[in-house]
Design a binder for this molecule. Structure first.
Ligand code: FPP
Length: 248
């Protein structure tokens, strides 16, 4: 971001930004590098974007780091992504915590190696008092899986059909207590939801850029926030001023 670029308008900032960090593989391929080098470059970029979130005053950031479908990738890549999660916790947690970042995990923890499950739980516990930015790491996360887990949990709790409302249901999701994302960013130009926050995204604004995730810098992030600030969110309704114009 150049020195002259003003910070985004604080009154029009999204409270919750969610990101599908796509394009790491193609970024690496373009450079003749292995796919994991793309994920490592993507992790470097994540640090920059987290810092920008803290600086701009974003309250919640959710990142799609590993989907329930990603187990189907080659073993080397899967292991590399598990390793990245471990490395981030081992090497970055202190800096994150010093910035006031609270770490949360969304997804199925029980399918991760047990030592990694413990690291995630410890990191969540260690940072639970931080309040500047809540970073939700979606790892082994799938929107359909989340909904099925929620339904099973509700049934086990004996919730009666007439008591099921959007509010009740939301309390059974991994994202309990987290507001729905206001803005979802997807890098690398793909136009699909990919099983990400499929319940929570009902009224999210989307920003899609052709830029690959490792290159999605602070300037681009700023541009996404500016675009969001100019969106007219109607939640399926109409603006009263438009109504008055039509009926004058
Ligand atoms: C999608 O790009 C990206 C992923 C499946 C992994 C994203 C992970 C990171 C950026 C690392 C940060 C992770 C943690 C745990 C903090 P792709 O590989 O599908 O790219 P392609 O479509 O170009 O092949």
């Amino acid at each position: 971001m150049s020195q002259t670029t003003p910070p985004p308008d604080a009154n029009k900032l999204p409270a919750h930004v969610a990101i599908i960090m796509d394009g790491n593989g193609r970024w690496a391929l373009k450079r003749g590098l292995p796919r994991l080098a793309g994920h490592r470059a993507g992790t470097e970029n994540l640090r920059r974007v987290i810092r920008a979130c803290v600086e701009f005053g974003i309250q919640y950031l959710t990142i799609y780091a590993f989907s329930t479908e990603n187990w189907g990738r080659p073993r080397e890549e899967v292991n590399g992504l598990l390793r990245i999660l471990e490395d981030v916790i081992d090497k970055e947690l202190k800096e994150l915590s010093d910035q006031g970042v609270r770490l949360r995990h969304i997804g199925r923890l029980d399918q991760l190696p047990s030592h990694l499950q413990q690291k995630v739980l410890d990191a969540v516990e260690l940072t639970k008092g931080n309040s500047r930015l809540t970073l939700n790491v979606a790892f082994n996360y799938g929107g359909r899986d989340e909904i099925i887990q929620a339904v099973q949990h509700m049934m086990r709790d004996g919730v009666q059909p007439d008591d099921v409302s959007p509010e009740t249901f939301s309390r059974y999701l991994y994202t309990v207590g987290i507001p729905d994302p206001d803005l979802i960013i997807r890098t690398s130009g793909e136009l699909r939801i990919s099983n990400f926050l499929i319940w929570q995204a009902a009224y999210s604004e989307w920003y899609v850029t052709p830029t690959y995730w490792p290159d999605f810098d602070k300037d681009e992030f700023h541009k996404a926030l500016e675009t969001f600030a100019n969106r007219d969110r109607r939640y399926g309704k109409i603006n009263s001023s438009d109504y008055e114009k039509n009926h004058a």
